[in-house]
Design a protein around this ligand. Structure first.
Ligand code: FEO
Length: 184
């Protein structure tokens, strides 16, 4: 493990700062990926899926900023990440939501690794700060899983895709009202 450097002016270690900045990059990538997906859905005629993804792009930017401000508040230096390799084309609406779920699972794993690191080095302030992300990831994974289930339940033939798009528009309120509680 890299040497932990704690300066007299702060308790945030250089390693934790690096991990948090890395997570800033992941949240920014999520925001960009969802914006790109929203655009593809909109131009493909999936208006509700597009709105869902526009909102999630904004949420990911909020996740990024929350980390960004924490790093600076804790005495570190938050770094504006570079975003590369944005995908613009998708095979299908299902492909979009499969990628959303895969993406969220990777973010959960990344958050868990930072939480584990903070616990190990006894940085309980950052550990506590990250609990918000632990809860948020559980909700986001549930939402993405529910979205994908629509494809299997409704089917994609005939008016299936139109119906899936309609249901995607209602999904957030369904999960917020406890429809995803069994996964929590
Ligand atoms: Fe902020 Fe959906 O990860």
């Amino acid at each position: 493990m890299e040497k932990q450097i704690v300066t007299p002016k702060r308790s945030l270690t250089t390693e934790t700062e690096k991990l948090l900045n890395n997570q800033v990059g992941k949240e920014a990538s999520s925001s960009s990926a969802y914006l790109s997906m929203a655009s593809w859905c909109e131009k493909s005629g999936y208006a509700n899926a597009a709105e869902f993804l526009y909102r999630h792009s904004d949420e990911e930017r909020m996740h990024m900023l929350k980390l960004f401000r924490y790093i600076n508040d804790a005495g570190g230096h938050a770094l504006q990440p570079e975003i590369k390799n944005i995908q613009h084309e998708y095979k299908s609406l299902r492909d979009v939501f499969e990628q959303v779920l895969e993406h969220e699972i990777r973010v959960t794993q990344s958050i868990n690794e930072i939480v584990d690191h903070c616990f190990t080095i006894k940085d309980f302030a950052t550990f506590q700060f990250l609990q918000w992300y632990v809860t948020e990831q559980r909700e986001e994974e549930t939402l993405a899983r529910r979205a994908l289930e629509l494809f299997d339940i409704i089917g994609e033939d005939g008016v299936g895709l139109w119906t899936i798009d309609q249901e995607l528009g209602k999904l957030e309120s369904f999960v917020q009202e406890g429809g995803g509680a069994s996964q929590a």
